[in-house]
Design a protein around this ligand. Structure first.
Ligand code: GLU
Length: 468
């Protein structure tokens, strides 16, 4: 049997980390088993589904590099199929039209609540009581079995049983003719040959209804694997108020996709106490039985730590792709006038915590400096600084080779000649060529700025600070 998993988001908002973890686990399990992974957009709720959310889900999946083998399927494009299955169920007496008015349902509900019962539909329309005119609105309900139990062995939660007497005849088609989630999901998973349903445990209560439907359709019941929820740093269910929860927000905040994925894989899955996994390792080691039962807590510090790790250890060329995205975001689209993004990464991967910060620090290599950092100026531009800048410019212009080592040596000689420490040479130069007193080694910084631009900027700073 080929394992086939799916990720089936409802496009009612951005892809959040909980959804991304579900997608990741489904993808990993398919890859681990040499199986197939399907992306399905569950957009039957037309009022709440948006194209923007669909785009965000797809962009997020691409960013974290979870490639699907089939899809994206859209439920809204499968209405003919749903109608076909509903008609079959109606013809077989496994579903029926329910004409109960809102008032009747509300009254029934109130009475059940008053009697201390769990509200559930009473099956009134199972028998067709009266004649109905063609324009009378109705919903279609699935006829749930009355007796017995629905049981399944969840891969995470173990054996779960529900009494049929506790389930009711749930709606499979609304009065506007649209099919409902609990119905579509079964038809889809059946048609798409899904063998393992991996999803959040907020769906556990839907599972017995769905299993009854599979059985009524004569469809094989997949294996279920319900993932415990993700909690915020404070133990409450992870939500927007915990900061970034959407995958793309993590991108905007400057995290690498490798860091986020490595972080997510450990949210509810473990392999000994290993923390860092390459993609290949994850695929090789990922099994459903190592998924934890208890909820996992989100820990931003650990994500930061992983991000720092990947910024330093991934090939600079890969990190550079992400840096370019961030540079673009702050309006730097033409990199031809500055250093290679890879060189920025090499020089800044230990000095910055995120790619957003790296892009901000690197802006001075691609754009003109519009101002000098005031605190840096106050601290480092003193009497004599202009002379040092002047002497440095001359020494740099006299260099026969433009490389970091030669630059550093030349500037050390300037410091010696002026009988000052290197700080008094390097810091004014940093301010002159980057606008701020913080940058990599001065030779490396000048390499990033470029030879002619270094000369021009020092010259400009000399003029600027002489006139003060
Ligand atoms: N569309 C459902 C959701 O986004 C998921 C359904 C499922 O995985 O069965 O919660």
């Amino acid at each position: 049997m080929t394992v086939k998993t799916r990720f089936a988001p409802s496009p009612t908002g951005f892809l959040h980390v909980g959804g991304a973890r579900t997608a990741l686990f489904s993808w990993l399990y398919a890859r681990h088993c040499n199986g197939q992974f399907v992306l399905r957009i569950e957009d039957t709720d037309r009022e709440r589904s948006t194209q923007e959310a669909i785009d965000a889900i797809i962009d997020s999946m691409k960013w974290i590099d979870l490639k699907w083998d089939e899809g994206p399927y859209y439920q809204t494009k499968r209405f003919d199929r749903y109608t076909e299955v509903i008609n079959k169920l109606l013809a077989e007496g496994k579903a029926y039209k329910c004409y109960c008015s809102k008032e009747r349902l509300e009254k029934m509900r109130d009475e059940q609540m008053k009697a201390g019962l769990k509200p559930r539909y009473d099956g009134h329309c199972r028998e067709d009581h009266t004649a109905h005119s063609p324009d009378e609105p109705y919903v279609i309900r699935f006829r749930n079995p009355d007796d017995g139990v629905v049981a399944f062995d969840d891969m995470v939660k173990g054996h779960i049983e529900f009494k049929n007497s506790e389930l009711d005849d749930f709606i499979i088609q609304r009065s506007d003719g649209t099919p409902t989630y609990n119905f579509c999901v079964v038809v889809d998973d059946w048609d798409m040959g899904i063998t393992h349903v991996i999803r959040g445990d907020d769906h556990v209560n839907n599972t017995p209804r769905q299993i009854n439907l599979y059985k009524a359709l004569g469809a094989p019941v997949p294996v279920f694997c319900h993932l415990a929820m993700i909690l915020g740093d404070d133990g409450a269910k992870l939500s927007k108020r915990h900061g970034a929860v959407s995958v793309m927000q993590y991108r905007e905040d400057g995290y690498l996709p490798e860091a986020l994925v490595n972080y997510l894989v450990r949210l509810g899955w473990s392999h000994g106490d290993q923390e860092i996994f390459t993609r290949d390792e994850m695929i090789k080691l990922f099994t459903l039985d190592a998924i934890t039962k208890s909820a996992s807590g989100f820990n931003t510090k650990k994500l930061d730590w992983l991000n720092a790790h990947y910024m330093k250890t991934l090939p600079a060329s890969e990190v550079a792709k992400e840096l370019e995205w961030h540079l673009n975001k702050i309006g730097i689209t033409d990199l031809s006038k500055g250093p290679k993004a890879e060189d920025v990464v090499r020089n800044y991967c230990e000095r910055t915590h995120t790619l957003k910060e790296m892009a901000q620090k690197a802006a001075c290599y691609y754009q003109n400096i519009t101002e000098y950092d005031q605190a840096g100026v106050k601290k480092w531009i003193k009497e004599g600084s202009v002379e040092i800048l002047q002497a440095s410019l001359e020494a740099l212009k006299a260099l026969s080779s433009w490389d970091a080592k030669s630059i550093d040596e030349a500037l050390e000689n300037v410091a010696k000649a002026k009988e000052v420490g290197m700080g008094k040479v390097g810091q004014p130069l940093r301010i002159a060529i980057t606008g701020s007193a913080m940058s990599p080694g001065i030779g490396d910084t000048m390499m990033l700025v470029g030879q002619q631009r270094t000369f021009d900027r020092i010259q400009k700073a000399i003029e600027h600070f002489s006139s003060k």
